[in-house]
Design a protein around this ligand. Structure first.
Ligand SMILES: NC(=O)c1ccc[n+]([C@@H]2O[C@H](COP(=O)([O-])OP(=O)(O)OC[C@H]3O[C@@H](n4cnc5c(N)ncnc54)[C@H](OP(=O)(O)O)[C@@H]3O)[C@@H](O)[C@H]2O)c1
Length: 113
């Protein structure tokens, strides 16, 4: 989907599809990661930054935390940005078979007054 970017800010609240393995392993990310000496996740982060998106990655891994901010020393070309933008617009969404307990608790509004 293409949007006019004037006066519009997009926010990416789960840039890695909650850790979706298919998204993370998309061949285009793997190829660009090898080209720039980065990780697939860093290519995803960099794409967001160059799009002008505000992006909120989550990680519990300190090394991933450092990686996710270390995306300001390389730049994707216009062709590479276009290639990523041309990826099929399908849902990348890692849904665990069983939701973690904290999710069930947080989404349980039955006790709410
Ligand atoms: N999704 C929503 O609707 C929503 C709504 C409100 C707020 N938020 C907030 O937005 C943030 C988004 O987090 P999210 O979990 O929904 O989705 P996410 O950021 O798309 O995915 C998180 C997953 O990506 C993995 N990951 C992160 N950095 C990585 C890296 N550099 N390399 C490889 N794997 C990496 C994490 O694993 P590791 O921990 O192993 O790195 C984790 O499994 C959270 O802070 C969340 O609270 C989300």
């Amino acid at each position: 989907m293409q949007f006019e970017s004037h006066n519009v800010v997009f926010e990416g609240w789960y840039p890695f599809g909650h850790g979706d393995a298919t998204l993370m392993a998309e061949p285009v990310f793997t190829r660009l990661a090898q080209k720039y000496g980065k990780t697939n996740a860093q290519v995803i982060m960099r794409w967001h930054i160059q799009e002008g998106n505000v992006v909120f990655p989550k990680t519990l891994n300190p090394a991933h935390m450092a990686d996710n901010i270390d995306v300001f020393d390389f730049e994707l070309t216009a062709d590479e940005m276009a290639e990523i933008n041309a990826l099929p617009q399908r849902a990348y969404y890692n849904v665990p078979e069983e939701a973690p307990a904290f999710v069930l608790v947080q989404n349980d509004y039955s006790q709410q007054a």
